[in-house]
Ligand binder design. Structure first.
Ligand code: FS2
Ligand code: SF4
Length: 548
């Protein structure tokens, strides 16, 4: 195996042992590479099918779900990845036959990724062949740019899938994902072509986050300022992790009146901010912190846990039997809740019955935290914010969105938040917030000093807010605003968020705790020269440059 897609890649180079830092086995890592490789073949033929109006929504879903299942900490289950490879080959062949029938199959020499086929028991050997993994690309700059595109696509696919689950699709995004997948196998593309593709990926990153924002807010209302309970009640309960709001809604509906309470964990915390979920009085609040604390927190939660998406940590035996996955997630031995039929709902009865047999959660914290500052809520506060900026009571905003992780180096973000002058406001989204959302940072004239917009995809809200402020202050460039960007990344959704910010023209982003292992020195230089991206240093040094 060789995997370098996340921030915890071994030695900041890549995981190449039997098991990655995240716990993914070499077998699963290789199968995931093979799945991506096969999806490129599906994309190759589906691009032709699209041209003659023969694309099917099932194919879009197969590609999005396949990409999503390879995101860090989403799926550790070799069987579930192998099934996706089976389906990808079957779909690819079906599209090819349909094109042949219409006499529409382009005559050319297809590469192995578009033609290979094998029996299940041969997948493992196939997955180890040179062209399948990323190291099959020898030139390190080409490899780096292809990685940047591919990892951005994985994040894009995750967001597209959530939107699709709510009935929102954008054909242009699906089309771009296919085009870009195929481009990562095209040896005729120059480094400049690939840089352009990276930028185009960022454009679709903005589009997909806007689509998901529309899907979420049209379905559940605009997130609003909310005090979220972090203590517990004395009832059996289910803890929900991940990002999928459709799953969350259906579970809330199905638990109503059963005596089973619902809590959010990690990236599901922002579900508390949506008006539509507030009518459920068995929806208690949030339990615990970011994903990497789950071993401790799942233990004390006592009840079953549902993963709607990443981030899964290989579990302790003590609670393994009460973890459920659904959607793109999977883990050997966990129970998996099957997809909903067209127009139907998922069946959560097993996890609900399971919860009834188990004790109530053990309290680990008490009190409340405040969030819900997505674009609509911030726009309502715009006058107050603008006055505070004009009067000098707010000197700067710091966008500290992104992910959290288990490495000690992430203490930087807590220290940074604590060291920020009292006339500054943090704009956050994603699980990065857990590094400072429970600190007593107070408020500025009623505006909390940590404004949480929501999940990592709600970084879109932060961009909307920046655009709005640019308009109000009548500036020409978003970079003239008193906003600094100090982003923490971990997995591939943060990659698409970053590319989206670059597309919007945001400059001088600090990215940490380390720069991606998949950036070659030359590609890193392009990002530094074109966009002023830099890594983090000591808190004091960064504070000095960013406050200057
Ligand atoms: Fe956090 Fe994990 Fe949001 Fe990432 S819960 S690192 O998936 O997507 O951010
Ligand atoms: Fe390593 Fe990250 Fe890949 Fe896991 S996802 S194998 S930790 S680089």
């Amino acid at each position: 195996m060789f995997c370098h897609q996340c921030q915890e890649a071994m030695k900041n180079i890549g995981c190449n042992m039997d098991v990655g830092v995240c716990g993914k086995t070499s077998e699963v890592a290789n199968l995931q590479d093979l799945l991506i490789y096969t999806l490129k073949g599906v994309a190759e033929f589906n691009q032709q099918a699209r041209m003659i109006g023969m694309n099917r929504p099932e194919t879009d879903r197969l590609i999005m779900d396949g990409l999503f299942s390879t995101i860090t900490n989403a799926n550790f289950d070799d069987e579930s990845i192998s099934k996706r490879i089976d389906a990808a080959i079957e779909t690819r062949e079906a599209i090819k036959s349909a094109l042949e029938e219409k006499d529409a199959l382009a005559e050319k020499e297809y590469q192995d990724y578009a033609t290979w086929t094998a029996e299940r028991h041969e997948y493992e050997a196939k997955s180890e062949e040179a062209p399948v993994g990323i190291l099959g690309t020898e030139n390190e700059d080409v490899r780096s740019l292809r990685s940047l595109v591919l990892f951005g696509l994985k994040g894009m696919a995750a967001y597209a899938e959530h939107a699709d689950n709510l009935g929102y699709q954008n054909e242009e995004i699906f089309d771009f994902v296919e085009k870009a997948l195929v481009a990562t196998e095209d040896d005729s593309l120059s480094a400049d072509d690939l840089v352009a593709l990276v930028m185009e990926t960022g454009k679709y990153g903005v589009d997909v986050m806007a689509l998901l924002d529309e899907a979420n807010t049209s379905s559940y209302g605009n997130p609003e300022m909310t005090e979220v309970e972090i203590g517990v009640r004395n009832n059996p309960a289910i803890l929900v992790s991940g990002h999928d709001l459709k799953d969350f809604e259906e579970l809330l509906e199905q638990t109503a009146g059963t005596g089973v309470d619902i809590y959010t964990h990690s990236e599901m915390l922002p579900a508390n901010y949506y008006p539509a979920f507030k009518k459920y009085d068995h929806f208690v609040g949030n339990y615990g912190n970011a994903w990497w604390q789950q071993k401790k927190e799942f233990e004390s939660f006592n009840g079953p846990v549902l993963f709607t998406t990443n981030c899964i940590v290989p579990p302790k035996a003590s609670y393994q039997d009460r973890i459920y996955t659904t959607g793109a997630t999977g883990y050997p031995g966990f129970k998996h809740i099957e997809p909903r039929e067209e127009g139907g709902k998922k069946d959560f009865s097993e996890i609900i019955e399971h919860a009834k047999q188990l004790p109530a959660p053990t309290q680990i914290e008490e009190g409340t935290i405040v969030g819900g500052f997505a674009h609509n809520q911030v726009t309502q506060l715009a006058d107050k914010i603008v006055d505070a900026v004009k009067s000098g009571s707010i000197s700067k905003f710091f966008v500290m969105a992104g992910c959290d992780g288990r490495m000690k180096s992430r203490e930087y973000y807590t220290d940074f938040a604590q060291t920020l002058p009292e006339d500054t406001v943090i704009l956050t989204a994603g699980c990065a917030k857990y590094r400072y959302n429970k600190l007593p940072l107070n408020d500025i004239g009623g505006i909390p000093r940590v404004l949480d917009a929501g999940q990592c995809n709600d970084s879109y809200s932060l961009a909307v807010v920046a655009m709005k402020l640019k308009e109000i202050f009548e500036l020409n460039d978003i970079n003239e605003l008193p906003i600094e960007y100090n982003i923490a990344w971990y997995e591939q959704k943060a990659v698409i968020v970053l590319l989206a910010l670059l597309h919007l023209g945001v400059k001088d982003i600090k990215l940490g705790p380390t720069l991606p292992a998949f950036l070659s020195p030359n590609v890193a230089n392009v990002l530094v020269e074109k966009f002023g991206i830099s890594g983090i240093n000591e808190v004091e040094t960064d504070m000095e440059t960013m406050m200057a």
